[in-house]
Design a protein around this ligand. Structure first.
Ligand SMILES: [Zn+2]
Length: 72
């Protein structure tokens, strides 16, 4: 079940302001709170100090917690 969710997120494409954005598995990872966001998440946009753009697998490896808004 978990694998299916990950796979779905991996191929997620969204249409934002008429631009198709496809991010394979890159997330914005907050090194302080350990929460990770999808790149398009409004909370990711607000996170500028402690956030780094890393692979989702890497975020999970570091003990990342998926964001409740975007689902990580
Ligand atoms: Zn988020």
């Amino acid at each position: 079940m978990k694998k299916i969710i990950v796979l779905t997120l991996a191929i997620l494409c969204i249409n934002l302001f008429s631009i198709n954005i496809c991010y394979a598995e890159m997330v914005m990872y907050n090194t302080k709170t350990h929460k990770y966001h999808q790149i398009w998440c409004r909370w990711a946009a607000k996170c500028t100090v402690n956030c780094i753009k890393i692979d989702k697998k890497e975020a999970i490896k570091r003990g990342g917690i998926p964001c409740k808004v975007c689902g990580g």
